[in-house]
Design a protein around this ligand. Structure first.
Ligand SMILES: [Zn+2]
Length: 316
């Protein structure tokens, strides 16, 4: 048997997760080990190489079957050259990830950022399987994004395409400053962090809401309160959904993707949230751009990263 396999590596701040996929994106084997960020860039890179060798050794596959290794990692990259320009989380600056791993592993190496890789994972082998054009939103601490057109990641001129969380969409009068320094970014209202902030502000203002009884408000508390009919929580969730829907209507006239895939913790609110987003999308999107378009939940969960990283070799 000489079936090709592809190794995907999802480099996180604490853990490096790895997976072996076949050519249709089925996850065959997983492995994980510590990133050891505190030991510096050399250790991180050597750990990645070591874990790649280990996952293949421990599998029933031969090294000769490896068609390449894809790396998903958070930070600002020069994607074509596989160079990490700046990753605050991992404390990596101007590190040639691709060059190091090519020498160490002697195979094809592709590097991309974690949000793009998660989008590719879902597009290739998750919610968007078989769909050539889709846009993914990950609603977590921030709003991550990735754009897949004709089956491939849209990287852009400076490797920063698909930063959907930083679309400046909230009007100035209501805008607050984003972590990126600009005003009114989507993630200030539609991320878990944004939802929590709006809830805490409402409580501090003395608004009448069941959230006053929650000690340390999480996004899930706000979503649950909204589902139970709490008016303040409902307003907050409506607002998060409104700007997501508006941003999708803009994406649709620009790119006309077939699917919007929504992942991350906030997406667990399910139909309750999706119905609201759909309503806004329906209202603001011109007929031709929305015809047949679906807004669907992500299905791979935490595996999107390793699957998408493996997919970089075939689809990156
Ligand atoms: Zn921003």
């Amino acid at each position: 048997m000489s079936e090709k396999i592809y190794v995907g590596v999802d480099v996180g701040g604490t853990t490096v997760k790895l997976g072996i996929c076949n050519s249709d994106g089925t996850l065959l084997q997983t492995y994980e080990g510590p990133t050891e960020v505190s030991k510096g860039p050399d250790t991180i890179l050597h750990n990645i190489a070591k874990y790649v060798k280990l996952i293949v050794e421990e599998s029933s596959y031969e090294w000769s079957q490896v068609g390449g290794v894809g790396i998903g990692i958070a930070g600002f990259l020069d994607i074509p050259n596989g160079i990490m320009k700046n990753s605050p989380n991992l404390n990596l600056n101007n590190i040639d990830i691709k060059g190091f791993l090519e020498k160490e592993l002697n195979t094809i190496i592709k590097v991309n950022n974690d949000a793009n890789v998660a989008a590719l994972g879902e597009a290739w082998a998750g919610a968007g399987r078989g769909i050539a054009n889709c846009v993914m939103y990950t609603l977590g601490t921030g709003v991550g994004g990735g754009i897949i057109i004709d089956g491939k990641i849209v990287e852009g001129f400076q490797s920063v395409a698909g930063e959907l969380g930083h679309m400046a969409i909230v009007p100035d009068l209501e805008a607050i400053q984003c972590g990126c320094g600009k005003m009114g970014c989507l993630e200030t209202v539609s991320s878990a962090t944004g939802i929590i902030r709006m809830a805490k502000e409402a409580v501090a203002r003395g608004d009448r809401t069941s959230l006053v009884e929650v000690e340390d408000i999480m996004a899930k508390d706000v979503l649950d309160a909204a589902k139970a009919g709490d008016e303040v929580a409902t307003r907050i969730v409506n607002r998060a959904a409104y700007y997501l829907g508006r941003s999708m209507s803009m994406m649709s006239v620009i790119l006309n993707p077939e699917y919007y895939i929504i992942g991350g913790g906030v997406a667990k609110a399910g139909d309750f949230l999706f119905n609201q987003i759909n309503e806004v999308f329906e209202k603001y999107t011109q007929e031709a751009s929305k015809d047949g378009v679906k807004i669907v939940p992500a299905v791979l969960g935490n595996n999107a990263g390793v699957v998408g990283a493996a997919g970089l070799i075939l689809r990156g």
